[in-house]
Unconditional design. Structure first.
Length: 323
């Protein structure tokens, strides 16, 4: 890493930590260590939150009906209430409201790890002032169980925030979902764009997460269902007889979440130094990488856009790596 890149990344990392608690801007998850520590599925709680926000948005739009029922106004309300993010006042790091809401819910079973307990804990990567010496900054998000799948809390943000960005690219700008996801990946080199290869992953953490991109892809499918009217998969319909919007079906996370969201199944690519440390940690835990045969992920829609290439080949020999 040249001196200019190292200095800029160190400044970014320092701002992140000095401006916000580590738990508030976690970047990676350890679904390996958390795998046996989760027993209560959070889907019902999360489904309830999303359905309540959908109902609020519909009620807001219906207050203007039947004289001025506005589908665009409804879409804006759905995005604001379901997918709205808040910015930290100092770091300006966005976090989905649902992602912020979950940790305060006692009924949600969360796996919270001290950094030294995690597969990333070989060195104090959670200390940003050490970035010039260690070359990366890593915070670890809590993991939860959703529809039987272990996912990090950060995946909720990717599902809602990046998913909406993909929907906007496709529906409003005429892009393909493949090009929208390619934009999310960004150039495969260290750089300072808000992409997976940039500040959301490789440039600061040394991790390129296929699971992050998977959550965003499935978020695109969610927003396509939520913001369309009267299609087969739509959540909302317009009742011409009543002159009102109605929720035609309930939201359930199990329609969208799958093992591609789980880094332990859909493995990330790591910087070689970090990869050696993680492999050693997994060996100590007696775990493989991935933890199970991931070739079933190849059957998911558009899997090539967000599944580690090693899982798409007939023989899985380990995660595709190397920069």
């Amino acid at each position: 890493m040249n001196a200019g890149v190292r200095a800029l990344a160190a400044v970014v990392g320092a701002v992140l930590v000095l401006g916000t608690p580590a738990g508030a801007c976690a970047d990676e998850t350890d679904n390996f260590t958390c795998r046996d520590r989760l027993s209560v599925d959070a889907q019902a709680v999360l489904d309830g939150w999303v359905n309540a926000r959908i109902q609020e948005a519909i009620a807001h739009a219906n207050r203007r009906c039947p004289e001025a029922c506005d589908a665009a106004d409804l879409a804006d309300e759905l995005h604001r209430r379901v997918g709205g993010s808040t910015l930290h006042p100092l770091t300006l790091i966005p976090k989905a409201r649902l992602e912020r809401w979950i940790p305060a819910q006692r009924e949600v079973d969360r796996c919270h790890l001290g950094f030294g307990e995690t597969i990333y804990g070989a060195r104090p990567y959670n200390q940003p002032w050490l970035f010039p010496f260690l070359g990366r900054i890593i915070w670890v998000a809590d993991s939860i169980l959703v529809a039987g799948h272990v996912i990090g809390l950060d995946k909720i943000g990717h599902f809602l925030r990046e998913g909406f960005a993909h929907w906007r690219e496709v529906e409003r700008r005429g892009a393909s979902i493949a090009s929208a996801v390619a934009r999310e990946w960004g150039p495969p080199r260290r750089q300072f764009r808000w992409t997976e290869y940039g500040l959301k992953g490789h440039s600061l953490t040394g991790v390129v997460s296929y699971a992050d991109v998977a959550a965003g892809y499935w978020g695109f499918r969610f927003w396509s269902d939520l913001l369309s009217l009267d299609r087969e998969g739509s959540f909302v319909a317009h009742d011409a007889g009543l002159g009102r919007f109605t929720q035609r079906r309930a939201f359930h996370f199990d329609e969208y979440v799958n093992d591609a969201w789980d880094e332990a199944v859909n493995p990330s690519r790591l910087h070689p130094t970090l990869e050696r440390e993680v492999r050693a940690a997994l060996q100590d835990l007696g775990l493989g990488w991935p933890v199970t045969d991931c070739r079933s992920l190849a059957a998911l829609p558009d899997a090539r856009l967000y599944v580690n290439p090693s899982c798409l080949s007939p023989t899985v020999t380990g995660p595709a790596g190397g920069w």
